[in-house]
Design a protein around this ligand. Structure first.
Ligand SMILES: [Zn+2]
Ligand SMILES: [Zn+2]
Length: 110
């Protein structure tokens, strides 16, 4: 797999920068990137190859959900491995209007 140093089709939703620097890859093959402008950490979804995996807190649990295909994991390290799906996760827990209940978290490299 060829690694691109930036992904011109993607935009950081925090600062609208389009350049990202590659940091690392987890055991499931999910790439971790850092926005070159605001330093926010992002993970590229390997399920759809089209979206960022966003970190949020829903009912006091950390969730990592792809903003395109809505695949969901419970930790950054597990992202790309066996996970769930947004609709399934929220349905199983009978969470009503879940999108409104998520606190989105911005992670920055320390
Ligand atoms: Zn940014
Ligand atoms: Zn995805």
């Amino acid at each position: 797999m060829q690694k691109e140093k930036n992904r011109p089709t993607c935009v950081c939703e925090s600062c609208e920068s389009k350049t990202f620097s590659f940091l690392s890859i987890n055991k499931h093959g999910v790439e971790k990137w850092k926005c070159s402008s605001c330093n926010q950490i992002k993970q590229w979804c390997i399920c759809c190859d089209q979206g960022w995996i966003e970190h949020g807190v829903l009912e006091e649990k950390d969730i990592y959900v792809c903003d395109e295909c809505e695949a969901l994991w419970l930790s950054r390290e597990e992202a790309g491995g066996e996970g769930s799906a947004w609709w399934k996760y929220t349905e199983e827990r009978r969470i009503e209007e879940p999108w409104k209940k998520v606190d989105w978290v911005k992670d920055y490299e320390k």
